[in-house]
Design a protein around this ligand. Sequence first.
Ligand code: B12
Ligand code: SF4
Length: 487
Amino acid sequence: MQVIWPVHELEREHAQYPGIMNIAALLRAHGFASKVVPATLESVEQAVAGGDDVVLAFSTMTGSSRRCLELNRAVTRRHPSVFSVFGGAHPTFFPQMIEEDGVDAVCIGEGEYPMLELVAARSEGRPITSIANLWVKDGDRIHRNPVRPLIEDLDELPLPDRELFRGAVTSPHVHAIVMTGRGCPYNCTYCYNHVYHKLYEGKGRVVRRRSVDHVMRELRVLKDNGCRLIRFMDDVFIIDREWIMEFAPRYRDEIGLPFTCLVRANMVTAETVQALKQAGCHRMMMGIEAGSEPLRNTILKRRMSDEQIVAAGRIIREAGVRLVTANILGIPGGTLEDDWKTLELNLKVRPDYASASLLQAFPGTEIHEIAAAMGFLQEDNLHQLSHGGFGFASALKHTDLREHRRIENFHKLFPVLVWFPWLQPLARVLIRLPPNRLFDLVYMASFNIGSYLVSSPMRVGGPMMFRKFVRRLIPRRLRTSAAPHEA
Ligand code: B12
Ligand code: SF4
């Protein structure tokens, strides 16, 4: 029995999937091997060839779902005995994807134990149709099983299997994505968490944290393997004051690597920010999302005031931690002038970099319903989102085409306008132009500066940015291709 995980853009440093690492670690602990391979037909065919019992496992977000489905179709047509299972954010929000050709099963929610049961049952020739969390295709029938309770104690899981990605990424562990817990108690309408709350109602605590000891064990392995930056991607890293106060001094003494994390303005306190700064925090990312309070608190349900946002920004800057803000433009019910208010609020907060996205209404989320009810949803919304891309264009339709185009242009210039607010009068004129390549380039340049040079210390971000340019400039076949690693 072999589990093959095709992963897109495997050569990029950010292609580190904690979900895959967690599942594979548990499978390995029970004697089942996993292999991560580049998501190309050639690599997957090579990996499945000769195996008698292969499970092709895709971890997919909405943006990569179409590419995964196309690859899966191509593989399963040529190798009909391969069993395909999809998990991750997209199938969790949208399990209906099981109806797609070539998909044998989808996993809703947490995948460790469902995947273990699936693989064990297949290897022993037992039926798989009633495994909790899985929807399973059985001829014309689909078995829709309910979800099992959430894993209560995350410490019972083995450490994520990072070796899986070691041979596959060009410079493994230079920066590592680490999750110290799961879940967020908030219900922002554009985010996956409220879907999780409903899905798991009565099935356990959604917000859970690994013990500091468990996290330290993972971090020590990373440090010993040459990791130079830790990126904690927990939804709200500072959610538990006591945990932070135990973690921060131990991190400083035992790990001492620079790190980044995500925070929520209403939870930021001088005490936690100071503790994290002393532990080595390089940058915090904080959502502003919308400058208009009604959009922020009614449409997005962010539940925070302008004052809280400005105060949190001040605390972070005064502690000497770099500040990156997250902003959403093109919100249903909003106008270009509302997006301009978001710029104004950023100017009060004065971040080192203001990242900006155009709202994406993922299927299953409340914002998807809101956008539909307000007439902002395009018929092919899912089609547009599932084709990935960088979100250069808004998948929603705004009041009129001219406004729509201006919002898209404003999005490209947004980070630069936060750095250089005196360009605003010029921007008011420029955004009237048709969307164009130059604006895209300006946006990408600011994105790279913000992601690599602001968000990481120069000695880590500089080489990462350099490698990215080399990848762009030199064709793949001329670069050394790393062999996928087998666990
Ligand atoms: C780390 C991360 C990334 C990383 C790695 C991706 C990954 N999936 O791990 C990177 C940087 C690549 C990334 C990129 C993006 N991300 Co992201 N990311 C996250 C984040 C913060 C953590 C993921 C994680 O590790 N969670 C912990 C693990 C344990 O959970 P998990 O990944 O869900 O996996 C569990 C289950 O889903 C399931 N499972 C997962 N895969 C599989 C596969 C099989 C076969 C089975 C059986 C089960 C299974 O079992 C796992 C273990 O329990 C989540 C938010 C979150 N807290 O989950 C957003 C999240 C997944 N990202 C999101 C988004 C939108 C993006 C971007 C579009 C952002 C952007 N604008 O660029 C891009 C997507 C690019 C693309 N090609 O689609 C959304 C996805 C929404 C959606 N419907 O797709 C999320 C949910 C955030 C949100 N607030 O809504 N992201
Ligand atoms: S606070 Fe962040 S992670 Fe939590 S629900 Fe809102 S957007 Fe999602």
